[in-house]
Design a protein around this ligand. Structure first.
Ligand SMILES: [Zn+2]
Ligand SMILES: [Zn+2]
Length: 237
């Protein structure tokens, strides 16, 4: 090869790499175009046995004491991961770093975790308040729900429920104040009579937001509400 051609080929290779290949988001090792290399993907903290109602990790897949004592409005919850490193970093990278491709990765993992035997009529992402949406430019839950709906072959509706109160971030509040903070946060004008609805969100912490959301859906007639979340925090996290 002549010396003069080398710079051109080099540029061509670089363009090709930026389009096709990318390094692992976590360890920067070559990942053959995947977001994560095989080793990092294998080590993600998969969800362990958990309460089928609130997805809180436990020793077995049985309903936890809190759900028995004070049943939430939702009927079931399923989490793909435990909210621990590096899933927490990946969730932040989607939400605040705009790494939208992560929505696809989360949706595929959730789809695998959910399995096929679900009777769900409609997928609804947890809505952001319009001001928050304008600030961020996208709703991470809707991005995940979009891919998940396609994988499951179930319709998705991101406009069904509106977030009518711009509540303080739940993370800024003590646990006991989180349920009060969410009260009347959502509004739904549609008739959902008899529908089985799956609500998609990125992280489930106390479940207060999802509980209020399920309450709103059931008030509009929903027969059953289950939560499909990327990650569930441990108790006290
Ligand atoms: Zn890696
Ligand atoms: Zn529970």
């Amino acid at each position: 090869m002549s010396i003069s051609l080398r710079p051109l080929l080099h540029i061509g290779t670089r363009i090709g790499q930026s389009l096709l290949a990318q390094d692992c988001l976590l360890c920067q090792a070559a990942s053959g175009g995947q977001l994560l290399c095989e080793a990092c993907a294998r080590e993600l903290p998969s969800a362990t046995p958990a309460c089928p109602r609130c997805a809180l990790a436990g020793a077995r897949d049985v309903e936890c004491g809190a759900c028995i004592a004070d049943p939430p409005h939702y009927d079931a919850s399923c989490a793909a991961f435990v909210y621990a490193y590096p899933v927490d970093a990946l969730v932040q990278a989607l939400k605040y770093g705009g790494q939208l491709a992560l929505a696809g990765l989360f949706a595929r993992e959730l789809h695998r975790r959910i399995g096929g035997a679900r009777r769900v009529d409609l997928i609804v992402p947890l809505p952001l308040h319009p001001l928050r949406l304008a600030e961020r430019g996208f709703n991470q839950a809707a991005e995940i729900a979009k891919v998940l709906a396609r994988l499951c072959g179930i319709a998705m509706d991101a406009q069904l429920v509106r977030r009518v109160r711009n509540t303080a971030p739940q993370t800024a509040l003590p646990w006991r104040e989180r349920a009060t903070n969410m009260r009347q946060a959502f509004a739904c004008a549609d008739d959902l009579a008899g529908l089985n609805i799956a609500v998609v969100d990125d992280v489930m912490t106390t479940g207060a937001t999802l509980d209020e959301f399920a309450r709103t859906l059931k008030e509009s007639g929903a027969a059953r509400v289950e939560n499909w979340v990327v990650a569930r925090t441990a108790r006290g996290a």
